[in-house]
Design a binder for this molecule. Structure first.
Ligand code: PEP
Ligand code: MN
Length: 379
């Protein structure tokens, strides 16, 4: 599926001061002094193109700091007047949109907790009808590409063409080193659906801590993302929200200095020729891999019939153990990543089981015995 959205290139609506594009500022506007000091220090780095600040904060539990509210918009106005930095805030309903527009905010973004809800996104879209302002849509909390794309579509249909996405990672039940799993493949899939859409990475909300921010920032740039949104606070240790993941403006400046911006393409002819040659070799190998998988699945089909005719179960745990052991020791010798090898073998094995189940149960449905089916329901 390709989506047809009317999107204006990022550099036509945003004056990028320095490569890469960096949007920075506190998670929350707390006091006028905190916001203004942070803004001045960020501007002084010369690396920041947009000042961000949360004015209304969506909090998981009630009773926590829920944002300073409208007064913070006045502080932002002052920060912009004094530093020349355009401003960005999160909006989560029509009232936020109206207030932010009235206060002259330059860029709006939709937070992860809003993108999950089509009613909320539509309310924001309706409030944006006829308005010419850039809007960035964060990925939904849950890893659902359709929800993310749907939110972008709703905003675009309201006439917003200065549109971008923010990749801030996805909530996961499993413990990991990240606060939100990056699941890069989803951002890549969005890029495939909408090649013209600028995607900005948010390492702060992915990492949840300062230490991993440089690694994720560089990785995002290497995956051809158009910029970074990184939280920064004059004194992160006393920040009212997201204290662990904010950088001082000085640390942000140093990080920006160390990042390497690589080009998606090279003009160098020798490089292009060599790359094309290597890609040809890879394509040949991919063809072979698929051909071999086809041959493997044909044999799996025969085994399925054989097991069915002899009343043998599909799964023999010993056999599976042996495959994994043999595969892993072979992978070691080939210097393949073991985690990758295990996942690959599991995927192939899963498909073999699915195919054999299909064969075992063929014909049962007609006899009134329901074969197990998986129907995906999308609302
Ligand atoms: C934020 O940017 O401060 C924020 C609340 O982010 P998210 O919507 O990604 O959780
Ligand atoms: Mn935050």
């Amino acid at each position: 599926m390709k989506l047809q959205l009317n999107i204006q290139p990022l550099n036509t609506w945003l004056n990028i001061k320095n490569e890469p594009l960096i949007i920075s500022g506190p998670c929350s506007a707390e006091t006028e002094e905190q916001l203004l000091t942070t803004a001045h220090l960020l501007a002084a780095t010369g690396k920041v193109s947009v000042l961000r600040a949360g004015i209304w904060k969506p909090r998981t539990r009630p009773g926590e700091f829920e944002g300073i509210g409208s007064i913070g918009l006045e502080w932002l106005k002052r920060a912009k007047a004094e530093t020349g930095l355009p401003t960005a805030v999160e909006v989560a309903n029509a009232k936020h949109v109206e207030e932010a527009l009235a206060a002259g905010v330059d860029i709006l973004w939709i937070g992860a907790r809003s993108t999950v809800n089509p009613f909320t996104v539509q309310e924001i879209a309706d409030a944006l009808q006829g308005v010419d302002i850039p809007v960035l849509v964060k990925n939904p909390i849950n890893p659902d590409l359709q929800l993310w794309a749907g939110a972008l579509e709703r905003i675009n249909r309201a006439g917003i063409t200065k549109l971008g996405a923010i990749h801030r990672g996805f909530s996961s039940y499993e413990k990991s080193s990240f606060r939100n799993e990056p699941m890069w493949e989803l951002a890549i899939q969005l890029k495939t659906l909408l090649p013209d859409l600028p995607i900005i990475n948010d390492p702060s909300h992915i990492c949840g801590n300062r230490e991993l921010i440089p690694y994720i920032s560089q990785k995002a740039l290497d995956l051809d993302m158009q910029g970074l949104m990184i939280e920064s606070h004059v004194d992160p240790s006393i920040a009212w929200t997201d204290a662990k993941q904010q950088l001082t403006p000085a640390a942000l400046g140093e990080l920006a200095e160390r990042l390497t911006v690589r080009e998606p393409e090279s003009q160098n002819e020798a490089f292009t020729d060599q790359l094309a040659e290597l890609r040809k070799q890879i394509d040949k190998i991919d063809d072979l891999l698929l051909q071999k998988l086809g041959e493997r699945m044909a044999i799996v089909g025969k085994i399925g019939e054989y097991k069915r005719d002899n009343q043998v179960t599909i799964l023999q745990v010993n056999r599976w153990d042996a495959i994994i052991k043999k595969g892993i020791s072979f992978a070691k010798a080939l210097k393949l990543d073991l985690n990758f090898t295990e996942k690959f073998l599991e995927l192939v094995h899963g498909e073999s089981i699915r195919k054999q189940t299909e064969i075992m149960n063929a014909g049962k449905a007609e006899k009134g015995i329901a074969a197990e089916t998986h129907t995906e329901v999308k609302s």
